[in-house]
Write a protein that binds this ligand. Structure first.
Ligand SMILES: *Cc1c(COP(=O)(O)O)cnc(C)c1O
Ligand code: SF4
Length: 335
């Protein structure tokens, strides 16, 4: 029997858990009990866009299954090297939309504030995998320039913290950023686009909840979950705390071949999200970024699939199927 001689349990902070993320292939394969020959790994693909995944996320991958839908989102494979001129480094015109460093103002009333290039997980289909983040270092002067821009644009009522993943930043940084935003009178809403409550549920800690529940801005958080297996009880607990702090929870997914391109997976995803208090928001068609063509689904197939899920789910659990098109004033619905 254990007695009081047992060592005190050391609480791991989210920063420590993040620092221990898996970035090495042998470690990944060993943890998942996969033989290197079982998966079409590519060192060149990994050199272009590194492997990165948290252990929370890894723990939801089925051991020994090379086709696991979560594994396929993070594994650098040979297919990424196939050349196709339809796929480019800047598929949605983000580089042209950058008004001042760190600001993407494409749509009326809202803009993206790029806070960091860092992420807790590197998703192989990510449209920002080639984004030149080093050009918008978030130094104090750059931050001031961004704040000045927002203050001058009185049509802006919502600021979206994006990246990378904004919740990678520490709470001192974030709460200082948000206090500066609160001082801009025409701002009403704050939105955070993040994967961290899913990839690292411990990120939702008292410090984060404190500034989130105090801000005068009406706050929403848009998760990025593609498959129901990404959700477990630890994620559910984190989401409940966010809701208790008054945050509205939404989700966007990307339609990905061999990952979530089936009626049952998408219906289960919507239902699981709602169980955790999250409403489906967008289902994006893939942005054609270099290295992602093996995830693409032809438009006609996407439409058919969408018709199927719409026939099964209530309207409020059906995300809007959209494509991001350069130069359009909104994300364009497909159907
Ligand atoms: C997606 C996006 C938004 C948000 O669009 P919503 O339709 O409000 O979700 C805002 N700005 C940019 C640049 C975007 O890419
Ligand atoms: S920005 Fe989002 S989708 Fe892209 S790698 Fe980071 S977490 Fe993944």
């Amino acid at each position: 029997m254990y007695s009081s001689a047992a060592p005190a349990i050391q609480q791991t902070t989210w920063q420590q858990a993040l620092a221990r993320s898996c970035t090495q292939l042998p470690e990944l394969l060993n943890y998942l009990e996969l033989k290197p020959s079982a998966v079409p790994i590519s060192a060149d693909a990994m050199a272009k866009f590194p492997l990165r995944v948290t252990y929370d996320y890894l723990s939801r991958i089925e051991k020994g299954n090379p086709n696991d839908p979560l594994l396929r989102q993070i594994l650098p494979i040979e297919d990424e090297l196939a050349f196709n001129s339809d796929y480019t480094a800047n598929p949605v015109g983000d580089i042209e939309a950058e008004q001042v460093a760190g600001i993407l103002h494409k749509y009326h009333g809202r803009l993206l504030l790029i806070t960091t290039g860092g992420c807790s997980i590197n998703c192989r289909y990510c449209f920002r995998r080639e984004y030149p983040y080093s050009g918008n270092q978030t130094s104090k002067s750059v931050e001031q320039e961004a704040m000045d821009y927002i203050a001058q644009q009185s049509e802006i009522s919502e600021v979206i913290l994006s990246g990378g993943d904004p919740l990678i930043l520490n709470d001192a940084r974030l709460s200082s950023l948000v206090s500066q935003l609160e001082e801009i009178p025409h701002l009403k809403r704050l939105r955070i686009h993040t994967r961290l409550p899913v990839t690292l549920p411990s990120r939702v800690d008292p410090l984060l909840l404190t500034w989130l529940s105090k801000t005068r801005l009406a706050t929403s958080l848009v998760l990025h979950v593609n498959h129901p297996n990404e959700l477990d009880n630890a994620v559910g607990d984190a989401l409940l705390k966010l809701r208790q702090a008054g945050v509205t929870l939404l989700n966007q997914s990307v339609l990905l071949k061999n990952i979530n391109d089936s009626e049952s997976t998408l219906c289960q995803l919507s239902e699981a999200l709602f169980q955790y208090g999250v409403l489906p928001y967008y289902l994006h068609l893939l942005d054609k970024v270099s290295g992602s063509q093996h995830f693409d689904i032809p438009d006609a197939d996407a439409c058919q699939l969408y018709h199927q899920i719409r026939s099964k789910l209530p309207g409020y659990l059906t995300p809007t199927l959209v494509r991001e098109r350069s130069g359009f004033p909104y994300k364009s619905p497909i159907l």
